[in-house]
Design a protein around this ligand. Structure first.
Ligand SMILES: N[C@@H](CCC(=O)N[C@@H](CS)C(=O)NCC(=O)O)C(=O)O
Length: 222
């Protein structure tokens, strides 16, 4: 029993949850679920999460199957540093605003590039045509431009302190950087922010990114 976290490091919301746990020194039991080989589709896993996805948290029998809800629960339960998810109503609403945005925008457009180029064939999807690839990068470019607007002249997305919004959005941006094109070419401001986030979260960021890279290298040889 205790805090069980079902996750896979090639999954961006999984990395956000696990990074949050590590950064806040919260003890948990590692439960790896390789969604590329279909481990999320076993009857036991589906009984816990019928939506067959990682991450999932099982806190002594209390199960939550959405990454943002998991991290908000953990932030409250362990009373983590206020900057992650501020108690101030208006500051918190700004973090929530960006967490909602990430799910419907950068997440969608980052996956549109990364998932279909790197993982699609493991899920039986046809390869994208060059025109489709261009279109996917164009959509991602739109998300990157929005991130620049959100940043204004701030250090982080919601001001001068790092929040859950930076953690989740940075992990979404990381995903398509594993493909061939340089997504930062037109967006140096986003690159500078990612570098700042990485530095702020290290060594945890590099540790998780390294495991993600190992998974991708293993896939390339299959
Ligand atoms: N909204 C969910 C998304 C979870 C999700 O889409 N997970 C992907 C990996 S990033 C997955 O497990 N996919 C496997 C599947 O759908 O079968 C969250 O934020 O937790």
């Amino acid at each position: 029993m205790g805090l069980d976290i079902y996750y896979f490091p090639a999954s961006q919301p999984s990395r956000s949850v696990v990074m949050f746990l590590k950064l806040n020194k919260i003890e948990y039991n590692d439960k790896l679920v390789n969604f590329i080989t279909g481990e999320q589709n076993t009857p036991e896993y589906l009984a816990m999460n019928p939506n067959h996805a990682v991450p999932v948290m099982d806190d002594d029998g209390f199960v939550i199957c959405q990454s943002v809800a998991i991290v908000k629960y953990l932030a409250s339960k362990y009373q983590t540093a206020d900057h992650w998810y501020p108690s101030d109503l208006k500051k918190r609403a700004k973090v929530d605003e960006l967490l909602d945005w990430q799910h419907t925008n950068i997440r969608k457009h980052g996956i549109g590039v990364f998932f279909y180029i790197k993982l699609g064939h493991f899920f039986g999807l046809p390869a994208l045509t060059p025109e489709q690839i261009d279109e996917r990068y164009k959509e991602l470019d739109g998300s990157m431009t929005l991130i620049e607007c959100f940043l204004k002249d701030q250090k982080y997305l919601c001001g001068d302190e790092i929040t859950l919004a930076d953690l989740f959005i940075a992990n979404e941006v990381l995903q398509p950087t594993k493909c061939e094109r340089d997504i930062y070419e037109k967006h140096p401001k986003v690159k500078a922010w990612i570098d700042r986030v990485r530095e702020r979260l290290n060594p945890v960021w590099d540790e998780m990114d390294g495991v993600f890279d190992q998974i991708l290298s293993g896939l390339a040889s299959r």
